[in-house]
Design a protein around this ligand. Structure first.
Ligand SMILES: Cc1ncc(COP(=O)(O)O)c(C=O)c1O
Length: 458
């Protein structure tokens, strides 16, 4: 008999999670104004709100926590991290920040001016927020296949080279401070970008003399997909692939809360000394001195270990294949999900799941709320609520996809939890025709409204 797959780790510490009744959850979600961000986490049974900072650290990472050097300047934990960042990314300069959006804030302060254009594959919401906050425009050049959840394409995070070149032709290069390539592409469903595409983007950028930066939150998962799906990379190690990917760009920002395998942290790494010096000024202003940038010494030590662990094939296989296990269960039950499955999350296609709820009534939000009420499972809307209002017209923006993201924390839940999630969704799917009404917004912030928005049920 062929031996089944088993995770390459065993569990050393457990955390209890609370079961609740449907009636309790109904009360809690009303009190939260139907915004899942407002729930108390102890009232959530399985928390799939995000894979960001929610994973389990290894024993070796916890050991680093104990020996963290908390010196203000030049700590050994910083130097350890600096060495690992250089080894893994190949970039010359490095600035720690407290998380991914902080890295964006620092780098974009150095690079973006009002009226600029920043093209890329689908920008993550904080990236877009930081671009628009500076009165610049993010232009999405992702391939069209990404917007059809049923099309099977191995690299749905790819950039459409013609779309990108059109942007380059329409605007002078002084107006395009850089291109941002998000690997994997979270907003397109955790979809990877191929090395071939990265090379093409890089070549085009060089031709038009425009720098290329990565938003590298899930760079290791992207490398796993390259190894599994791209010809010529089957025999390369993840670390070799990662190094090659980064060699095509000028630098990166990263939220280390994902593939850094830590609960908090981020950094900028880049090659251009002038940009590094400019970013250093903003790092000191916004984050802290350049050898800690908002991070504890112990967190920098844990991140140094985490970067090495996340770029190991065995870890990545267990991580990405667990996500696929959930995805396959849902497909077997007929539930419409983004395919192929993303690296960190399964995305429910609310346009196909609950077309009976009008788009103006936030159908993906309605589905996310229902999943919480039925199973105590917290996912997140990636649709009209997240897309926010147009900064000029203030009208709601309707993205092509209305998704509910089920982000799987790293090394945290078992496949029994995946079975429970799939069964909850099957039950909702079986009664989907009864869903008619969605929600109206009663209160919202002027930017990044999804975190604090309040709803009423229609
Ligand atoms: C692709 C991507 N970029 C940037 C960020 C922002 O990182 P952080 O939440 O650490 O600020 C995230 C977070 O989810 C992300 O997924």
């Amino acid at each position: 008999m062929e031996l089944p797959y088993a995770e390459p780790y065993k569990i050393k510490m457990v955390e209890s999670i609370k079961r609740s009744t449907k009636n309790q959850r109904l009360k809690w979600i009303i009190k939260a104004n139907y915004n899942l961000f407002n729930l108390s986490s102890e009232n959530v049974f399985i928390d799939l709100l995000t894979d960001s900072g929610t994973g389990a650290m290894s024993d070796k990472q916890w050991a680093e926590m104990m020996i963290g050097d908390e010196s203000y300047a030049g700590s050994s934990s910083f130097l350890k991290l600096k060495k690992v960042v250089k080894k893994i990314t190949g970039y010359k300069y490095f600035l720690p920040t407290h998380q991914g959006r902080a890295a964006e804030n620092v780098l974009f302060s150095a690079l973006i001016k009002e009226g600029d254009i920043v093209p890329g594959n689908s920008h993550f919401d904080t990236t877009k927020g930081h671009i628009e906050f500076r009165k610049a425009t993010a232009v999405d050049c992702t391939i069209d296949e990404a917007f059809d959840t049923s099309i099977i394409h191995p690299f749905k995070g790819n950039v459409d080279i013609d779309k990108l070149e059109n942007v380059f032709k329409q605007h002078p290069k002084e107006k395009i401070p850089f291109v941002v390539l998000t690997i994997t592409c979270n907003s397109a469903g955790g979809q990877p970008v191929s090395i071939k595409n990265i090379k093409e983007v890089s070549l085009l950028c060089k031709q038009y003399e425009i720098p290329l930066y990565f938003d590298a939150a899930r760079f290791a998962e992207n490398a796993y997909f390259i190894k599994k799906r791209e010809k010529g990379y089957e025999d390369k190690t993840i670390k070799q692939i990662v190094k090659e990917v980064f060699s095509y760009g000028d630098g990166m920002t990263i939220s280390a809360k994902k593939d850094g395998l830590v609960n908090m942290g981020g950094f900028i790494a880049l090659n251009n000394k002038k940009v590094f010096k400019q970013a250093t000024v903003f790092n000191i202003m916004f984050e802290g001195f350049i050898t800690y940038g908002g991070m504890n010494g112990r967190d920098m030590g844990a991140l140094a270990v985490g970067l090495n662990e996340s770029t190991e094939f065995n870890y990545l296989e267990s991580r990405v294949e667990q996500v696929a296990y959930l995805g396959q269960k849902l497909v077997d039950y007929g539930v419409p999900v983004q395919q192929p499955f993303g690296g960190h999350a399964i995305f429910l296609d609310a346009n196909k799941f609950v077309p009976t709820i009008p788009r103006e009534e936030f159908r993906a939000q309605a589905l996310a709320v229902e999943l919480y009420v039925v199973g105590g499972i917290r996912g997140v809307e990636i649709g009209t609520v997240l897309a926010d209002r147009d900064p000029v017209t203030r009208e709601n923006r309707y993205p092509e996809l209305e998704l509910v993201r089920l982000a799987i924390p790293r090394r945290t839940y078992t496949n029994n939890h995946m079975d429970y999630i799939a069964a909850s969704l099957k039950n909702i799917y079986d009664s989907r025709n009864k869903a008619k009404n969605g929600y109206i917004i009663t209160d919202e912030a002027p930017i990044m409204r999804h975190f604090t928005v309040k709803f009423d049920k229609i």
